[in-house]
Write a protein that binds this ligand. Structure first.
Ligand SMILES: [Mg+2]
Length: 249
C-alpha cells in the first residue's frame, strides 16, 4: 500500500526548457561573483562543483561539499559566496519564472492526494537552497506547505540518482520505501527510486522539450555510473491520481 508520494520538481511540477533556463541563469548569477570568479569561467566552476557534490557519500551535507569545491583554494570566502547565492536567489532568480508553465491538471492531482491523506514529499535533486526549492514549487501553483519534507542542499547528504538519496528522504518522511511512489520525468534520476524499493511513475508532460531540457542534466551527472531503470507506471502528471487510487486500496 502506498502512503507517500514523492515529486520531482523540474520538468515534473514545472515545465521549461532547462537548457534555455541555464543560458539565462548563468550570466545573471555570474555577475554576482564577478569580482572573485571571472564570468567566463563561472559556468565551468559551478558545474564542476555541482558534479562533485553529486558524488557525496553521506559524510557531510551537500552544501558543505559544494562550497568546498566552489571556493577551491579560498575557503575563507565560503560564507561570503553563500550569502551572495542567497541574495541572488531572492532578487535576480525570480524573473526566471517567466519561462515556466505548470502541467495540466496539477491542481486536481494535489487536491485528490490531500483528500486521500497521502504524505507528500518534494524530491528535487538537493542541489538548491530550501527557498529556491520552495520558490520553484510555488511556480507550479502549488503551495510548498503541502509537502511534509522538501529535500534541499542543506538537509541532504546524497543526490539523485544514488539510492541512498531515496533511503534518506524515506527516513525523513518516516515512510518505508515500499510505501512510497516516486513521480518524475527523468529516467535515471527519478526511476532510480525503484532500486531503493519505491514504486515509480515516469511523467511524460515534458516530452516535447525533453532532449534540449535534459542535455544539461546529462552533462552534470556525466561521472555517474547509474543506468536507466524501468518505470512501474508511465503517463501524464494528471494520471498519477488514477494509479494512486488503485495503489492505496
Ligand atoms: Mg526533473
Amino acid at each position: 500500500m502506498i502512503r507517500a508520494v514523492l515529486f520531482d520538481i523540474d520538468n515534473t511540477l514545472i515545465l521549461y526548457d532547462e537548457f534555455e533556463f541555464f543560458r539565462q541563469y548563468i550570466p545573471r548569477a555570474s555577475a554576482v561573483f564577478a569580482d572573485i570568479i571571472p564570468p567566463e569561467s563561472f559556468a565551468d566552476t559551478i558545474i564542476s562543483a555541482t558534479q562533485k557534490m553529486m558524488q557525496n557519500d553521506g559524510s557531510l551535507k551537500n552544501r558543505e561539499l559544494f562550497l568546498s569545491f566552489f571556493c577551491g583554494d579560498r575557503p575563507d570566502l565560503r560564507e561570503d559566496l553563500w550569502e551572495r547565492f542567497i541574495e541572488f536567489y531572492r532578487t535576480g532568480f525570480p524573473a526566471l519564472q517567466d519561462m515556466v508553465t505548470a502541467p495540466p491538471g496539477i491542481q486536481e492531482v494535489f487536491s485528490r492526494l490531500q483528500q486521500l491523506d497521502i504524505i507528500l514529499g518534494a524530491a528535487s535533486n538537493p542541489i538548491w537552497p530550501e527557498e529556491v526549492q520552495e520558490m520553484r514549487i510555488s511556480w507550479s501553483g502549488i503551495n510548498a506547505d503541502v509537502f511534509s519534507y522538501i529535500t534541499h542542499i542543506e538537509n541532504m547528504s546524497y543526490c539523485k540518482p544514488r539510492e541512498e538519496y531515496y533511503y534518506e528522504i524515506s527516513r525523513h518522511l518516516q515512510v518505508p520505501p515500499e510505501e512510497c511512489l516516486m513521480v518524475g520525468n527523468d529516467r535515471i534520476n527519478d526511476l532510480a527510486a525503484g532500486r531503493a524499493g519505491m514504486k515509480t511513475y515516469l511523467t511524460t508532460d515534458s516530452d516535447s522539450i525533453e532532449e534540449s531540457s535534459l542535455a544539461l542534466s546529462r552533462r552534470i551527472r556525466k561521472h555517474s555510473s547509474a543506468g536507466e531503470f524501468p518505470a512501474d507506471f508511465t503517463g501524464s502528471l494528471s494520471g498519477v491520481t488514477g494509479v494512486l487510487e488503485r495503489l492505496v486500496r
